[in-house]
Design a protein around this ligand. Structure first.
Ligand code: SF4
Ligand code: SF4
Length: 211
């Protein structure tokens, strides 16, 4: 199948997933979350380390920029995975929150007690992936990532809020993926060049930045 054909199939599948997502019940998810259990221990492990890579959508980037008073490339960066075109430009998908060393740029740990006190400096504006961690939905099924808070006691109100956010995140991820695929323009593959640019494809189109 051609790349265009594959893309059309992907969009079709995503649209079917979106229709199914509209049927998801926050009450069912709430009960599943309560059965698994969760209470954040504020260890900060989801904000640090080589695996920390926070996907952030354009509307979320704007919210963060407004809250933090930053320019686009001060808050986010392209991921390292991608492909080169024949002009030596590096193409990649979606933005990630910028990192400083091994940590998210917005993570800080203040001295307080033995283990310190973890702070997200954009807490009210943090992306959906952060506000729903460690849970996520895949094809409508609840999954969770590694987290010290799993198994903890969660209040019904908090579980309900989390369930609603998870559905919002899932629907948003599907819509963003459809928009990205619809706007995506394919290119002939090539190799790296010294002065090639980086092209980031997202739901709003292709953005060219210096590497
Ligand atoms: S969500 Fe989990 S990994 Fe992240 S700070 Fe809370 S307990 Fe730690
Ligand atoms: S935005 Fe906040 S919650 Fe998300 S990874 Fe960064 S510091 Fe952690």
């Amino acid at each position: 199948m051609s790349r265009d054909g594959q893309r059309a199939e992907q969009i079709k599948q995503l649209c079917a997933d979106l229709e199914a997502a509209k049927e998801l019940s926050a009450d069912v998810l709430l009960r599943q979350i309560q059965e698994i259990g969760f209470q954040c221990q504020r260890c900060g492990e989801c904000c640090t380390g080589d695996d920390n890579s926070v996907v952030v959508f354009p509307f979320e980037v704007r919210r963060i920029l407004a809250a933090a008073g930053l320019q686009w490339l001060e808050a986010v960066e392209p991921p390292k995975e991608g492909e080169w075109d024949r002009n030596g430009c590096f193409h990649t998908l979606e933005w990630r929150l910028k990192k400083e060393g091994a940590s998210c740029k917005f993570y800080s740990k203040t001295a307080c007690g033995m283990n310190g006190f973890v702070v997200c400096r954009i807490y009210e504006s943090r992306p959906l992936i952060c506000s729903t961690y460690p849970f996520y939905l895949d094809r409508g099924v609840l999954h969770f990532s590694e987290c010290r808070g799993l198994g903890g006691m969660i209040e019904p109100d908090k579980a309900k809020e989390l369930a609603k956010l998870l559905i919002l995140r899932y629907v948003t991820e599907i819509r963003e993926a459809v928009a990205l695929l619809e706007k995506y323009e394919d290119f002939e593959r090539g190799g790296p060049e010294e002065d090639g640019r980086c092209i980031v494809h997202d739901s709003e189109g292709a953005h060219s930045i210096f590497r």
